[in-house]
Design a protein around this ligand. Structure first.
Ligand code: GDP
Length: 454
């Protein structure tokens, strides 16, 4: 039997041991498996208590069983859920019992979602949203993923694609009639108007902030000369309750990277002082990654410990000058409130360079620095603008769509054949966005909406 027709099972809840574990089964053998294990098939969508038994009738566990007959299930196939006690031996025994059925096997990663997609339960953007929701660490990531899962982008893309296919049909019809001089213009003028409108709409979605970057988060690098306090600042940030992931510590001392949840925005701070030569292969790998990430930072905090210390003047990345060790200043006494230092205006673009004064060891000024990071993140991601794009892949395909639409508009004067070709490319890109590419659609619409009668 083809692997796609086999019945699959997997642990769908967290790692064992746990209070309860949920094992999902999907496929044509699910009914037989449930009946054999639980003694009967429960009523659809009703939690039913049952003593599960293996093939030798030996009890496995006292469980709750749920039955979701096709097509009203997560995958579109027959699905069963076993809620058992989450011990390793319980799971091993249940898995062995399931595996004993012919054509029942352990699922590959993502296979349930893949089946849902193949059965039309989800489009690709929704499947991506589902994956992102599972991996969301912060509030903004969660909201963004949920928007994807709810199909906000998918729905728009489906509408755009349908519009493009309609416009194609108008143009194709125009081509067919092109021996009758005045018909094409009549048919193609509304198509051109539609395409221009669509282009505007997609451009608007593309123009919104980089919501797809929410998945990886904002990357902030702490850099500067030796001994200015980079590691101290890093450790301070890591110690604050905002740290959401335990920092990767080097074998000797400092944190290299810490992930912060700043007002729901994921922010990764990298300490370039922690990036150092090492013989430990594990640490080497960490250093290699940190270096690569630091080189792509979205913002650099350049630490100095005297007001006139040198700093990079030219930087493609926004760079904030952070003057550290203000506690050592002679005027330290009247520093109860942190002050902001403005870097030399002759050499700084206000938006690109800002100045701060902190004492990393005492924590002075850190609140203001963090607040500034939050507003930077807001500008960067768009303050909960409801960004529709969840992934780079989606942005690229939308970009390809708008490129093709722009070419199409330009090609109108040269002849409908060229315009039609660009429309096909645009529809194809959207089809890929949704995970369904099918040129037959264009022909279908021509035959359905137009009775050309030739
Ligand atoms: P790095 O090489 O830039 O990572 O600097 P470190 O974080 O290792 O700090 C260098 C030295 O400066 C250490 O002795 C720290 O204790 C000290 N230091 C860091 N921050 C401050 C600060 O805000 N005030 C004072 N007085 N000393 C600090």
């Amino acid at each position: 039997m083809h692997p796609r027709q086999q019945t699959i099972f997997a642990l769908s809840s967290g790692r064992s041991p746990s209070a309860i574990a949920i094992v999902r089964v999907s496929g044509p053998q699910a009914a037989a498996a449930v009946t054999a294990l639980a003694g009967k098939l429960p009523l659809p969508r009703m939690a039913t208590r049952a003593l599960l038994r293996d093939i030798r009738r030996d009890p496995i566990d006292d469980a709750l069983v749920l039955w979701f007959p096709a097509p009203s299930s997560a995958t579109g196939e027959d699905v069963a859920e076993f809620h058992v006690h989450g011990g390793r031996a319980v799971l091993a025994s249940l898995f062995a019992a399931l595996q004993a059925f012919e054509n029942v096997r352990a699922a590959e990663p993502g296979e349930f979602t893949r089946r849902a997609f193949e059965n039309g339960k989800l489009d690709l953007t929704e499947a991506e949203g589902l994956d992102d929701l599972i991996h969301a660490d912060t509030e903004r990531q969660r909201r963004q993923a949920l928007r994807q899962l709810k199909g906000l982008l998918g729905d728009r893309a489906r509408n755009w694609r349908a519009e493009i296919i309609k416009a194609s049909a108008l143009i194709e019809a125009g081509i067919d009639f092109s021996d009758e001089a005045d018909v094409p213009a009549e048919l193609t003028a509304p198509a051109l108007a539609r395409i221009k409108m669509l282009l505007g709409e997609i451009e608007q979605v593309l123009g919104a902030q980089r919501s797809e970057r929410l998945r990886e988060g904002l990357v902030v690098a702490i850099a500067g000369p030796p001994n200015v306090g980079k590691s101290t600042l890093m450790n301070q940030l890591a110690r604050r309750e905002v740290a959401i992931v335990s920092p990767h510590a080097g074998t000797t001392r400092d944190v290299i990277e810490v992930q912060l949840d700043l007002d729901g925005y994921p922010v990764t701070v990298i300490d370039t002082a922690g990036i150092r030569e090492t013989d430990d292969p594990v640490e080497q790998e960490g250093v290699r990654r940190a270096r690569a990430r630091a080189s792509e930072a979205d913002l650099v905090l350049w630490l100095v410990d005297t007001p006139r210390q040198d700093h990079p003047h030219e930087s493609r990345t926004p760079l904030w000058i952070v003057r550290n060790k203000t506690d050592l200043d002679a005027i330290a006494v009247d520093q109860a409130t942190p002050r902001r230092e403005t870097s030399d205006p002759s050499r700084s673009d206000a938006a690109m360079q800002r100045g701060f004064a902190i004492s990393a060891s005492r924590g002075d000024g850190l609140g203001e620095l963090i607040a500034a990071l939050v507003s930077f993140a807001q500008d960067f991601f768009g303050a909960d603008s409801g960004g529709l794009i969840g992934r780079e892949r989606q942005r690229q395909l939308l970009q390809q769509t708008t490129d093709a639409l722009r070419r199409c508009i330009g090609a109108f004067s040269q002849g409908e054949e060229f315009a039609a070709e660009d429309l096909r490319i645009a529809a194809y890109a959207l089809g890929r966005l949704l995970g369904r590419v099918d040129v037959e659609d264009i022909l279908d619409v021509i035959f359905r909406d137009f009775c050309i009668g030739k």
